[in-house]
Design a binder for this molecule. Sequence first.
Ligand code: BV8
Length: 230
Amino acid sequence: MTNIVVLTGAGISAESGLGTFRDEGGLWARHRIEDVATPEGFARDPELVHRFYNARREQAAKATPNAAHLALAELEKRLSGDLLIVTQNVDSLHEKAGSTAVLHMHGKLAGALCGACDHRWDAPLLMQPTDLCPACHAPATRPDVVWFGEIPYGMATIAEALSKADVFVSIGTSGEVYPAANFVAEADHFGAHTIELNLEPSTGASRFAECRFGPATEVVPAWVREELER
Ligand code: BV8
């Protein structure tokens, strides 16, 4: 019986064609974080922020899961123990691959939120500032994503899972964003074996007991095969 927590970042979706944030030419290279991923940026220019997320929503809708997403879905099916995927990603590629225990700590492109009454609904493909909330009819709709300075979703659930984890695996994340970047320390504190699977060493690589480098579509299926054969 092995309980596993997996943290994923933009790197797991890179080979599905979705841009990462901090790689060469990444999303942040084309937009200032302050302008498109903060409440202040949204208040300043909601049209720009909706355009940023509309483009990503359209791209994500067309994307297909890759071998790394599929390997994690297979692991969930066959693992004798609990597997929780905590993803920083707002795409739905884990779900499209068949994973069901997925916690989107930074929200989802597929979700819409009313800034006035907190109502949540399935986001249309394209959103704009004049959209009215289906519940309170205020023109205060936004993507249901967690911006900088906002509290990530599911923190209590994540803390509980980390306290029970035997293995913590971080996949495709630069380890630049908190509180996700601290999960490895929490898992380690509770005695979990910690593994980084990434294209190259992340900022927090030295905090992991084990690191394996390469494209997610190679290193993730290899690790899952080993885990299932243990
Ligand atoms: C919070 C929105 C309080 C949705 C995102 C000073 C010091 C420390 C912390 C802070 C500080 N000042 C402010 C903070 C807090 C701040 C923060 O961490 N800032 C950083 C920049 C310093 N954090 C927050 O504000 C968070 N909220 O702290 O609230 C709180 C906390 C807990 C409890 C109560 C209160 C909110 C953070 C959420 C921000 N929203 N996105 C969206 O638009 O997507 S963050 C954004 O970055 C995305 O969510 C993304 O997931 C996340 C992390 O990026 P990565 O996924 O790691 O992507 P990146 O491009 O960076 O890296 C890709 C990696 O993949 C690379 O390593 C690359 O090598 C690898 N890779 C590439 N290709 C492949 C690959 N790996 C494998 N295979 C490949 N093919």
